[in-house]
Structures are given as C-alpha cells and as structure tokens.
Design a protein around this ligand. Structure first.
Ligand code: FAD
Length: 406
C-alpha cells in the first residue's frame, strides 16, 4: 500500500492529513511541501505577527510531536516537480519518485507580480510566506513612509498595521474603492472611512507606472506623472493559483486546478483542494469558483478526507472568511459577489454594520463589520437555505436568529 500523498503543507495539506487520521485512515500519509519547517497559518502574518503580538512558534498549526503521533510523514523543504499519472508516482526535485494510491494537490497560490520597472528593487515587498513576513517586518521597523499597492485584504491589513505603529502609509488602488472585487460598495465605504480616520491615505483610480530607484525603492511613480514617496512598498495585487504541476500532468485547469463537486479531478486518483483548486459551488448556483480562505482550505480538506475514507459527499460547506484590519473585524458568510441588491443592517457609526447581499431575489451572503452575531446567524441562514426578505434584513426589530433556527 502506497497510501495518500499530499503536495503542499499549507492550511489545506495539513488539514487533509489530520482529517484522514480523525476519520480512521490507517495507511501511510505523506505531506510534501516546499516550505521549510512545520505547517503554519498565514492569517497572523499580516496581523498579530506583523505587530509582534505572536512569534513564529505561535503560527504552527500543530507542534512537531503531532506528526509523529499521527504517523504523518512530513517532507518539508521538498518540491514536487512532476506527476506520472500512469505509474501513480510523484517526482520530487531531488529526483526521488514517491508512489501513491491517491494524490491530493494542495498547492495553494502565489502572489501576482507587479509588472512595472523597478518592482524588483530592494524595499519592494510581497507577503505570502513566513520568510516574506520576516523581511517585511524588519523593513517596517526602519521605514519612514510606506506605499501599499492594491487595496485588497492583505494591503488593508498591512496599512492598518502601519497606522497602528505610526508609520505614514498611502494605499494606491487602480479601481475606485477598496476591496472592489470582494465586498459591496456600502461595505467598502465603511471600511475606507475607518482607515481614513486612522490616518491611512488612499489614492483611487491610480495606476502604478514604476518604482523609483535607482538603488532601492524611494517612491512609487504613478501613470499621471506624480510620485508617492516611500522607502517601503508592499505589493498586494492578488494571487495566481499554483496549477502548473497539474497542467503539466494533463489535468484540466480553469482558474485553478479544475475539480468536480466532490473535489476530484478527472483522474480518479487525484483530488485538489484549497486556494489552488476551482470547483462548482452550490453557493454560486453551480458556477465554478476558486476561494482563498482558511475555511475553504479546511472544509475542502475535510470533504476529501471523508471521501477517501469511504463516505463520498459533495463539498457544500457555506464559505466564510474574516479579515482583521486594526479595530475592524470584517466577516463574510456566503458568496456575495456578484449581487444585485445589498441592504444595510446596523450602523457603522454605532457599533457596526452588516450588508445583506441578494442575488436573484435570494440571500447570497452577508458582510459584517464588527457585528459577529450577524455573521454567525448568516452562516446558519445560508446553511439552512433560509432567506429573509430585504425588508426583514434591514429591520433591526426583525428576529433573524429565530428565522435561522427555523
Ligand atoms: P497555502 O497555504 O498557500 O499552501 C500551499 C503550500 O503548497 C505552500 O506552502 C506552497 O509553497 C506549497 N507548494 C506549492 N507547490 C508546491 C510543489 N510543487 N511542491 C511542494 N510544495 C508546493 N484567509 C482567511 O480566511 N482569513 C484571513 O484573515 C487570512 N489572512 C491571510 C493573510 C496572509 C498574509 C495570507 C498570505 C493569506 C491569508 N489568508 C486568510 C488566506 C489563507 O491563508 C489561504 O487561503 C490558505 O493558506 C490557503 O491554504 P492552501 O493550503 O490552499 O494554500
């Protein structure tokens, strides 16, 4: 028996191994990952770790002993370079071929590079790995002014850290609001207002033309000819799925490694999970989605582990996500994008706000800012397939919890 081999020791790969054992799988499990050390969680990298509130040991998903206790063979620092599907072997960069009965691709995603002159200068950073975080944290300690390219989650979380540590920060965004692809216009406005109050400066509708050197980053040059002074630049313009290994093995790639509703590829011996996989979601009316979140990685891994231990089921877990940005806790339940109606519950000036997003007359998702109770209720509503009317959602007197509990 060759057992189950997992490529990627991030959130999804780790969870797959842990869930296989929880489900009673007794065969060999090998986790192959190209990052050194124990599997760790990325969310604190742009929050608690960046603020010095936790150290590297606090990021580990489990201590060393867990892997031995659960007979999970961790091959950290090893890169998989090819899949021989006919022979069911995974080839590593070392030349070794690891045989498998089932292969799970949990290869995640990597940062999209900024395609402008000067993007490789010292002082220009990205944030994905612990090594990236260490370099960024060291640079922040000596920075006089920071520019963040991209008003996405990572960019806003880092901007909040800059504001909290008193370093002037400018966020440069090509679109007309923060998180334009991720949240409703109403939620974006609340988030922007809070960051501005904390001292973050935003430049919207601004294209970056280059990073001004010559020896290290000194400013960000914009397409309109102006320059934003910065000795530290964080580029946060999204990710691309790590799907090349799958593509080279002849597996279908469609905005990520394409899998079916059970997260299986067209090869019955290969599954894919996490940031790198795209799957048809019942929460998007069956459309193919690729979701970058801890919940998606963890629940996808559980779904595959359950199938591999004899109880096949479709991946139907309600997607949810969080982002901590200084005093803001944003939580999203469901898939809000696209939506054709968004109604407000609560008041951003008084304790928080939620946006209930509707698609085709049904609740598609809920964005909550500092309203964690709404978030929990939203997850229940979506799991149960119950949709309050927009009037009910907006009415503070309407008991959403009672509706959720049925
Ligand atoms: P990853 O965690 O990226 O793991 C994939 C692993 O596979 C990587 O180690 C990669 O190096 C390795 N790999 C790839 N190819 C190969 C190969 N050929 N051979 C060997 N190894 C390979 N999500 C939230 O829900 N909330 C948050 O607040 C949040 N904050 C975040 C903050 C930061 C700074 C970052 C970077 C992400 C954050 N996320 C957050 C997203 C979340 O961390 C990801 O969605 C999650 O890590 C995805 O897990 P994964 O296992 O699919 O991918």
């Amino acid at each position: 028996m060759n057992g189950i081999v997992v490529v990627g020791t991030g959130q999804a790969g780790f969870q797959l191994g842990a869930s296989l054992r929880e489900n009673g799988y007794a065969g060999p499990v090998t986790l192959v990952g190209d990052e050194a050390g124990l599997p760790y969680g990325r969310p604190p990298l742009s929050k608690a770790y960046m603020l010095g509130k936790t150290d590297a040991s606090g990021l580990s998903l489990r201590p060393d002993a867990f892997f031995a206790e659960h007979r999970l063979t961790l091959r950290a620092g090893e890169r998989a370079i090819a899949i021989d599907r006919a022979e069911r072997r995974l080839r590593l960069a070392s030349g070794e071929a690891v045989p498998y009965d089932h292969l799970v691709l949990a290869t995640g995603s990597r940062n999209r590079p900024l395609p402008v002159p000067g993007a490789d200068l010292p002082g220009v950073h990205q944030l994905r790995t612990l090594a990236d975080a260490d370099a960024l944290k060291a640079a922040l300690a000596g920075a006089r002014s920071v520019a963040v390219v991209g008003a996405g989650f990572i960019g806003l979380e880092f901007a909040a850290v800059c504001a909290q540590t008193g370093v002037p920060v400018t966020v440069i965004e090509g679109l007309d609001r923060p998180l334009a692809r991720s949240v409703s216009a109403g939620m974006a406005a609340s988030i922007e207002a809070s960051h501005v109050a904390a001292g973050v400066r935003f430049l919207f509708g601004s294209a970056v033309a280059g990073i001004v050197g010559p020896d290290r980053a000194r400013a960000v040059a914009l397409a309109d000819g102006s320059e934003i002074e910065a000795d530290l630049v964080l580029v946060g313009i999204g990710v691309v799925p790590n799907a090349e290994l799958a593509a080279a093995a002849g597996l279908r790639v469609e905005n990520g490694i394409a899998v079916d509703a059970m997260l299986a590829t067209e090869d019955p011996a290969v599954s894919a999970i996490g940031d790198g996989a795209s799957f048809p979601s019942p929460h998007a009316e069956g459309a193919r989605v690729r979701i970058e979140s801890v919940q998606n990685a963890v629940d996808g891994a559980r779904c595959v582990a359950t199938r591999l231990t004899g109880r096949p089921a479709a991946f139907t877990a309600v997607p949810w996500f969080w982002s901590d940005q200084g005093p803001l806790k944003l939580q999203i339940a469901g898939l809000c994008q696209p939506h054709d109606l968004a109604v407000r519950r609560g008041d951003p000036e008084r304790g928080g706000v939620s946006m209930f997003c509707y698609r085709g007359g049904r609740l598609a998702g809920v964005e909550s800012l500092n309203r964690p109770a709404d978030h929990m209720i939203a997850r229940r509503l979506l799991q149960a397939g119950r949709s309050p009317t927009p009037d009910q959602a907006a009415d503070p007197g309407f008991d959403l919890k009672a509706l959720a509990l049925g």
